[in-house]
Design a protein around this ligand. Structure first.
Ligand SMILES: [Zn+2]
Length: 69
């Protein structure tokens, strides 16, 4: 399954991918190597962003990580 990349609001390149938080599975690792997703790391930031641009590293869009209010 291949996802179209998103347009980055900062640099305008179509190089934005979803950020995956938490410890990555082997599949997620290889997807990140192919530039299909970005890895956010094990430590989830206070306000995790949903997308990251692979060209300029801009992050945008508040992520919905399924937390209850
Ligand atoms: Zn960008």
């Amino acid at each position: 399954m291949k996802q179209a990349k998103l347009h980055c609001p900062a640099c305008g390149k179509q190089n934005g991918v979803s950020i995956l938080y938490g410890f990555p599975s082997p599949e997620a690792m290889s997807m990140a190597e192919r530039g299909e997703i970005a890895l956010g790391g094990c430590c989830i930031p206070w306000e995790p962003m949903e997308n990251r641009c692979l060209a300029c590293e801009h992050e945008w869009g508040k992520a919905d990580i399924g937390e209850d209010d």
